[in-house]
Design a protein around this ligand. Structure first.
Ligand code: 5RP
Length: 236
């Protein structure tokens, strides 16, 4: 194990490397976003160079697209690819039903579309992301910039009728300004503590004018490769 990797990075690298083995020549593959996905893209680049693996990738962010191109991976748009064989992506939380919270990196909109276009979605996550109840990680909600304060107030009002513990809604900031997604939108992070009914919450949030997409992934993930700090993996 390289000495310069933290225990958390060892876990991320382990899950990413195992999931990278699922990619076969000729496949069309969705590539997720985030630090775990970065290990995946780097491993796929290695396989491309060492084993002659050839596949087509649809990245879920400009960040991932840049990394994939740098690794020599063939990148196409989702419209060009159409249906995908497999998407491999990270997550911020997952529960026993394989419901996810995603969007910590602000890419959940493209990630959800790409996952929905895929025959199979495999999540790569370190063991610390497995939870009994979703909601400790703030739920990202992508909103259009126009009138975002109104959207925020409508989201807050919606939360009053939901089975959650908290209701704080925070505009995500970066470098002193509102964070801007690849689609030119902003993110509200919802500090909920506990999400009692993810399905009802997701539907209610996406019904609010100005909301583009929330970070709950329900009935989308097929399996999770869990990375552990000793470099082993287990499967859900
Ligand atoms: C980005 C995501 C990421 O997959 C999620 O935030 C996990 O990231 P990391 O692997 O860095 O912990 O949903 O929108």
């Amino acid at each position: 194990m390289p000495a310069d990797l933290s225990p958390s990075d060892i876990a991320k690298r382990a899950t990413a490397r195992r999931a990278a083995d699922l990619v076969e020549t000729g496949m069309k593959v969705g590539l997720g976003t985030g630090s775990t996905a970065a290990f995946l893209v780097s491993r796929l680049g290695e396989r491309l160079r060492d084993e002659g693996l050839r596949f087509t990738a649809v990245p879920t962010s400009t960040r991932t697209a840049e990394q994939a191109r740098g690794e020599g991976i063939e990148v196409v748009t989702l419209n060009e690819a159409g249906r995908l064989d497999l998407t491999i992506d990270g997550a911020d939380e997952f529960d026993a039903d394989l419901t996810l919270i995603k969007g910590g990196g602000g890419a959940h909109l493209q990630e959800k579309i790409v996952a929905a276009a895929s025959d199979r979605m495999v999540v790569i996550a370190d063991a610390g992301k497995e939870v009994a109840t979703l909601g400790a990680f703030p739920l990202p909600v992508e909103v259009i910039p126009f009138g975002w304060r109104t959207t925020q107030a409508l989201v807050a009002r919606t939360l009053e009728n939901m089975d959650v513990d908290g209701g704080e809604t925070v505009l995500r900031m970066r470098d002193g300004a509102a964070f801007v997604t690849d689609e030119g939108n902003h993110i509200l992070d919802l500090h909920l503590g506990r999400i009692g009914d993810a399905r009802a919450l997701s539907a209610a949030l996406n019904h609010v004018p100005g909301v583009v997409e929330n970070g709950l992934f329900i009935d989308i993930c097929d399996s999770v490769v869990i990375g552990h700090e000793d470099g082993s993996v287990s499967l859900r």
